[in-house]
Design a protein around this ligand. Structure first.
Ligand code: TA6
Length: 314
């Protein structure tokens, strides 16, 4: 029936085959969870990372010697075929936010709920662990997005975490691309943190309407915050006195940065941010190409968005 996507459950054989082909003893292990989703765990002397193949979705990153994980994952996050995971690093692609013309289509595109494949894995010359996952736009997506494209996410774990999202236009016509690594960070309390680096940048404030503004000083959070900073390749830093750490975010190939916290009312409507105030423990700082910065990709053209995260204790 139209619109019913056969959820692809991973057989045990497939999981073992993936492990056989791409697993790296002591560094990269593939497993299958109870709902049949393939998971991967990356292990490095400096930390560990967990991802779900569905959605190319990194959902956990812990640094050796640091009690608090770097990424936030909702206590109500659901791992189920075809469902998006609340937290970690959702991949927004091939559009950001609501679909341009059809509000009935999933927000942030279809990549984050689609089954991805493993393409490659390695330990690099510096001993960092990397895995590459890929997604091919296919007939099942044509109703939403009638273009031929490939998407690849490479996750590189060492003392820092680096993620690179590469799109290739494999079709005969150009298409508009909106994308984001929609990263949820685990913080001590939204009222105590600040985000610096975006001073004097222009942004679309989307709370209570849409208004273009200019950032004055560092960002602090006292209400629902949902801002798309545009035309900026700036690095930024989350300063968290409660966890005595700074999270440095440096990006390439991205001209938008989205800063979001739903605050009380929006969180209550969403219902999966952890009750009663799970929203206080997260902030999204997303490296994107959205709004004014959506890209036009010509046939055969490719584009990469990459971001690296470095955590500093103080
Ligand atoms: O990136 C901010 C945002 O667009 C918010 O407006 C909010 O919708 C958030 O993403 C979460 O979206 P999701 O579809 O994951 O619930």
């Amino acid at each position: 029936m139209q619109g019913i996507h056969m959820e692809r459950q991973l057989s045990m054989l497939e999981a073992e085959d993936i492990q056989q082909t791409f697993g790296i003893d002591g560094h990269l292990q593939f497993t299958k969870d109870a709902s049949g989703l393939a998971m991967a765990s990356l292990r490095h002397a400096a930390g560990q990372l967990q991802l779900c193949l569905q959605g190319g979705h990194v959902f956990g990153w812990q640094i050796e010697g640091m009690a608090e994980p770097v990424l936030w994952l909702s206590p109500q996050a659901r791992f189920a075929p075809g469902k998006s995971i609340r937290g970690g690093v959702p991949v927004c692609w091939p559009w950001f936010g609501p679909h341009g013309t059809d509000p009935g289509l999933p927000a942030h595109g279809f990549a984050r709920t689609a089954p991805w494949q493993v393409k490659a894995s390695e330990i690099d010359a510096q001993g960092r662990v990397s895995v590459s996952l890929c997604l091919q736009s296919e007939a099942g997506h044509a109703a939403m997005w009638p273009h031929a494209a490939s998407l690849e996410l490479t996750v590189l774990l060492g003392a820092e975490l680096q993620m690179t999202l590469t799109t290739v236009n494999q079709g005969a016509t150009p298409f508009v691309l909106g994308e984001a690594l929609h990263t949820y960070f685990n913080i001590s309390d939204i009222g105590g943190i600040s985000v610096s680096g975006l001073e004097d940048e222009s942004y679309w404030d989307t709370v209570g309407g849409v208004e273009k503004k200019v950032q004055r000083g560092m960002i602090r959070f006292m209400q629902e915050t949902d801002r798309v900073y545009i035309n900026t390749s700036a690095s930024c830093t989350i300063e968290d006195p409660g966890f005595r750490r700074r999270i440095h975010i440096a990006k390439q190939g991205s001209l938008s940065t989205v800063v979001w916290n739903p605050w009380t009312d929006k969180a209550a409507c969403m219902g999966d941010l952890g009750q009663p105030d799970g929203w206080r423990r997260m902030v999204c700082v997303e490296s994107a190409n959205a709004w004014d910065n959506c890209l036009m990709l010509a046939p055969g053209e490719h584009h990469s968005l990459s971001v690296s995260y470095r955590v500093e204790s103080f």
